[in-house]
Design a protein around this ligand. Structure first.
Ligand code: 13P
Ligand code: 13P
Ligand code: MG
Ligand code: MG
Ligand code: MG
Length: 380
């Protein structure tokens, strides 16, 4: 019998600014989910990372189910009512469509779901983040499932020796490609090292196609004049028994990496692993952060959670992330702290630049080179 684990998130308002979603919003969501318990869903856990509310739900309706997505949408609508009443910042920020149309994808909320037969013991890890985008998982997914220096189980466990298949999404063109590691490691890295265009959507165990990980990466949809389906992602990973172990999965966050997001969604910054209670991004609206909740599923019941990154074992990762934050903050509005224009999220820099367009004059003192071509082929 198959169980579906759905993690659906939305930013429906912050207290104060974009730093945190207050209890009241989670209470409003819990009220809606409680009503659906036993009827539609088996179990649920509501949490928040920064200003994003995360609904973790188990059920037997499969992925992309209209009733489940509708339930999440109503929970966020209820919470938005509360957010408006409290005049929270950006009330209803991620509910960009007027009415629910059957699937939350492309409507603002982010969604990671997987369906599987519960193993004799079914540990799962749910990741929630704020101030970053789904490509933040490219590097950690690679470390977990393809890097033996992170995951020695790839070397020691016969079940993993045929590797993992990475489902990579081109978010602009809405196309996807499946690549196997270790066979196509270099081709995979050629794509997913580019965080602007490519996002790892899911990872499958190559031996039997069993789903191992998935995140809320989605095509960029234009809703209400804004590109959505992008930021503050969630992910689900299944550890143990022929998958990387819990510790190998968490180890992928022990060496913080730079991700797009942070202030105004316009800056590169280190992804800092924190406990659930420390997910209140504050300094320069950050730094970007992530927490990891471990559950055991028991016939769909969510037993737990275990708040993994609250462990002292991640203290030095936090210290390192803060040092990286100090270092890159010194760049101010200069690249590489600042994102390229095409990646900037909450900014009207294009208008600022458009205003300057007329003031540009030809630089006549220098010889005008008609066509500048570099031979970039095979320079090695
Ligand atoms: P224990 O000996 O604590 O059960 O740990 C087993 C293990 O595989 C840890 O990675
Ligand atoms: P959120 O995407 O978390 O709402 O943050 C927006 C922002 O502008 C942070 O500075
Ligand atoms: Mg916000
Ligand atoms: Mg947010
Ligand atoms: Mg956001």
């Amino acid at each position: 019998e198959k169980i579906t684990l759905s993690v659906i998130k939305a930013d429906v308002g912050g207290l104060c600014g974009h730093t945190s979603a207050p209890e009241e919003l989670m209470d409003a969501c819990e009220f809606v989910l409680e009503e659906a318990l036993d009827e539609l869903i088996i179990d649920y856990y509501v949490t928040k990372c920064g200003d994003d509310v995360d609904l973790i739900m188990t059920h037997q309706k499969g992925t992309d189910n209209k009733e489940i997505h509708g339930l999440a949408w109503s929970a966020f609508e209820e919470a938005t009512e509360v957010a408006k009443e409290l005049k929270l910042y950006g009330a209803g920020q991620d509910l960009l469509s007027e009415g629910f149309t059957g699937n939350v994808k492309g409507m603002g909320p982010g969604c990671a779901e997987m369906e599987f037969v519960e193993r004799p013991s079914e540990p799962v890890i749910v990741f929630c983040s704020d101030k970053t985008d789904p490509a933040a998982f490219n590097l950690p997914f690679y470390r977990m499932f393809a890097d033996p220096f992170n995951t020695p189980g790839l070397v020691y466990d016969k079940k993993m020796q045929t590797g993992f298949d990475f489902d990579v999404l081109d978010i602009y063109q809405n196309k996807k490609i499946l690549l196997n590691t270790p066979k196509e490691t270099y081709q995979l890295l050629a794509l997913i090292g580019n965080l602007e265009t490519y996002s790892v959507k899911s990872v499958y165990r190559a031996r039997d196609g069993e789903i191992a990980a998935t995140c809320s990466a989605d095509k960029l949809s234009k809703v209400g004049g804004k590109y959505v389906g992008k930021d503050d992602p969630v992910a689900i990973v299944r550890p143990q028994s022929g998958m990387p172990s819990v510790g190998e999965i968490l180890e992928a966050f022990a060496k913080p990496h730079m991700v797009p997001g942070w202030m105004r969604g316009c800056h590169w910054g280190p992804l800092m692993p924190v406990g659930e209670d420390d997910a209140n991004p504050t300094r320069f609206d950050g730094p970007p952060r992530i927490f990891a909740l471990g559950f055991q599923l028991s016939k769909g019941r969510l037993v737990g959670p275990n708040d993994f990154f609250a462990d002292v074992g991640f203290d030095s990762a936090r210290k390192k992330a803060l040092e990286m934050a100090d270092m890159i903050r010194e760049m101010g509005p200069f690249q590489p702290h600042r994102l390229s224009e095409s990646m900037m999220e909450y900014s009207s820099i294009k208008k600022v630049l458009a205003d300057l367009e007329d003031r540009f004059v030809p630089n006549e003192k220098h010889e005008v080179v008609d066509k500048l071509t570099y031979d970039v082929e095979d320079q090695s």
